[in-house]
Design a protein around this ligand. Structure first.
Ligand SMILES: [Zn+2]
Length: 363
């Protein structure tokens, strides 16, 4: 996430325009960065490391935000490379006798595209969004769209690899369980079938709705944009609640320890990431000290990466179990088709917001 609640030193704030050259202030001037402290910034930008990277990395290299943006970039670029190598191993070097285009791997392609797109969009936004307010708005919207796309890709992977293995979604287990625990004589078959039929369509609508809400949070109607965006970011994760319920009602820890450990650790990292994103700690406690390294946005990057890394682990474990006895082969339309349709819908949402944007919101 690049433009996530990033108003100040987080790196995507547009640079202040040059002053004192006799030119009248522009009407659409970029907002001044409240964390701008020339002495600190000059010290850092003078370092040879930055002068080398500056030369090649960012078109915004003349701005005082450059060092902070550089760290923001690397805190998502390095994770992206690590996860890319992980997916390459999964698709091409797994040692299984499966070609990369096998239908069983289609949900993994959807998931991988979501993860990699999110990181790529974050990196791109941190490099280019400082150029102008319009570009910043464009990247802001693209960033949210990519997060929604990733959320839906995760749900596709869960749907095929993880949910079929849960006792919670097995009518043969649940019907006697409900009868025994609650005394209800209910046949769970219909209920579970309805849930399964609704998972992907509901996740799809959620993905579009979350993008709309985040884009709208840039306008003035929203008093707490960061809290709203964090909430919206967490909402699609609720699609994983059957796994949580499974761990509460059944012995998930004993039956699938990999899923149990990585699943809960992932949510722990997410809570930590959300904490830094909303609280703006540590720069709120010690203004100026973390303008360049240790900024809350960089911590947010690192903890979101850790959460995704854990997720990749348990999705991989789910894939392994799925391939042992696949319940039904995923179809192209039920996986990649959905993702393509989502891309079209998100594109339409962004186009609409870009048409109506005024590009002068500081949110
Ligand atoms: Zn970011």
């Amino acid at each position: 996430a690049a433009t996530w609640g990033d108003t100040s030193g987080g790196g995507t704030a547009p640079p202040p325009l040059p002053r004192g050259r006799g030119s009248p202030p522009r009407a659409n001037a970029a907002p001044q960065c409240p964390l701008e402290r020339p002495h600190v910034i000059l010290l850092w930008t003078a370092h040879p490391f930055f002068s080398v990277v500056r030369k090649y990395l960012s078109p915004c290299r003349e701005t005082s935000h450059f060092p902070c943006m550089t760290v923001n970039f690397w805190t998502h670029f390095i994770p992206q490379m690590l996860i890319l190598s992980k997916f390459c191993r999964l698709f091409f070097l797994s040692g299984r006798d499966l070609p990369f285009h096998h239908p069983g791997l289609l949900p993994l392609w959807c998931y991988a595209s979501g993860v990699l797109l999110t990181f790529a969009m974050s990196c791109t936004a941190h490099v280019f969004s400082c150029l102008s307010l319009r570009l910043r708005a464009v990247f802001f919207y693209l960033d949210y769209a990519s997060i929604s796309y990733y959320g839906f890709g995760s749900t596709v992977a869960y749907y095929y690899y993880l949910l079929p293995g849960l006792s919670l979604l097995d009518a043969r287990v649940m019907t006697p369980y409900v009868q025994q625990r609650l005394g209800w004589h209910v046949d769970c078959t219909g209920l579970i079938a309805a849930y399964r039929a609704l998972v992907l369509p509901v996740a799809f609508v959620l993905a579009v709705a979350c993008t709309v809400a985040c884009c709208k949070s840039r306008t003035d109607w929203c008093a707490y944009p960061f809290a709203l965006r964090t909430f919206v970011f967490i909402m699609p994760l609720s699609m994983a609640c059957p796994i949580m319920l499974e761990s509460l009602l059944f012995d998930l820890r004993g039956e699938n320890p990999t899923l149990f450990v990585h699943f809960y650790r992932r949510y722990f990292w997410l809570v930590v990431a959300a904490f830094f994103n909303v609280s703006k700690i540590p720069e709120r406690i010690q203004p100026g000290l973390f303008d360049i390294i240790g900024h809350s946005h960089q911590l947010f990057h690192i903890f979101t990466f850790l959460s995704i890394y854990d997720q990749v682990y348990y999705v991989e474990e789910g894939l392994r179990q799925f391939l042992q006895e696949p319940p039904a082969a995923p179809t192209f339309s039920g996986t990649v088709g959905y993702m393509l349709l989502l891309v079209v819908c998100l594109g339409l949402v962004i186009r609409r917001f870009l048409k109506n944007s005024e590009f002068c919101s500081k949110k």
